[in-house]
Write a protein that binds this ligand. Sequence first.
Ligand code: EPU
Length: 416
Amino acid sequence: MDKLLITGGHRLNGDIVISGAKNAALPILCAGLLSADDVVLSNVPSLQDVNTMLKLLRQMGLRVTQENGITTLNGQGIDKLEAPYDMVKTMRASILVLGPLLARFGEAKVSLPGGCAIGSRPVDQHIKGLRAMGAEITIEAGYIHAKAKRLKGARIVTDMITVTGTENLLMAATLAEGETVLENAAREPEVTDLANLLVAMGAKIEGIGTDRLVIQGCDSLHGAEHTVIADRIETATFLCAVAATGGDITLKNTRSDILDVALDKLREAGVVLTTGPDWIRAQMSSRPKAVSFRTTEYPGFPTDMQAQFMALDCVASGSSRVTETIFENRFMHVQEMNRLGAKIEIDGHTAIINGVDKLVGAPVMATDLRASASLVIAGMAAEGETLIDRIYHLDRGYDRMEVKLSAVGAQIQRLK
Ligand code: EPU
């Protein structure tokens, strides 16, 4: 199993090109199931979850070609309407095939995802929405079995805001008969990116970017070309890294307008930010100031950035409070950060962080994707060597993170 060996204490200087967003690419790849024509995608990131999704989609009969940075999907020959347990258990986002398969082929069998490191993460809202659209759904032997001759438009109010739930129902509604209204829809930029692709494929969607999506179902969708949106979480992860280590970096091929709250927090921490239409420059010359926040749905502070900001708070002057409201168990990095000398206490869903003058390198274990990224940042800010085990979590969601960071001055080595 690969590990990362980080020698801390190096400032970051230079440019980093940001990849396409993992959480936009995953639903967008599933949208390839909705049409018999070519869906031509650029800026699909090269990472493990994308490979897993492509493997699953190929098993279903989706034709996938990847050439010169372009991923082309063709859904003419789909002949297997099933997502088996061994795929779903490695990647929960596999649930995103449920809506498109059911809508286009009238049937789908998808393994029920289990819990995962960050929380129980049920999919009851996906099921509730599809049932409201007329699907007959049974859960047997660990599988969701869904059938519907043709889905029918409905008004669906989800109990809570769910990102993949919104995406699944949105994709299903594009081919349903009549009008679907999704109330309490997630407004994440990745949902918007999916909706924009669907519109390019001929879907009729109003309210894109709002919490009320109104979809007029069509009989079929055609092919389209689309560029996947920049990864705002990768962007903000590198910004936290420079905030913790100091330096001057420019992130290219990214967007600042989908990162407002995170950028405000970085400014509060003392980072000098300048932004252009597709770049963000971050300069940091002092010790960061502690910042407190509470995770919420977009446009609030993203849960996917909680751990990385906590790494910054560990070495900041002052103390901070970080409250996680989306997932019940997303503080697994805390014990590992404390092994590096951080002073963090957990009180229910809140972590209280007292910034220390310095962290000291130690062996630590990655537990989930964003926790891994936070340990890379903490290791870069620490004195001496940090060895991070189980970095397959990192490879699931970051496109060559250690290569990108090494190119701007970090000392990170992958040990095979
Ligand atoms: N929830 C339910 N029932 C449902 C759906 C969700 O109770 O049917 C609960 C969840 O348990 C959670 C909350 O609602 O407490 C929000 O979950 P959501 O469904 O929004 O999460 P998700 O769609 O499974 C996506 C991202 C996550 C990101 C969350 C929140 C993808 C593929 N995944 O997950 O990304 O943390 O939204 O923004 O888009 C990551 O990239 O590291 C990651 C975990």
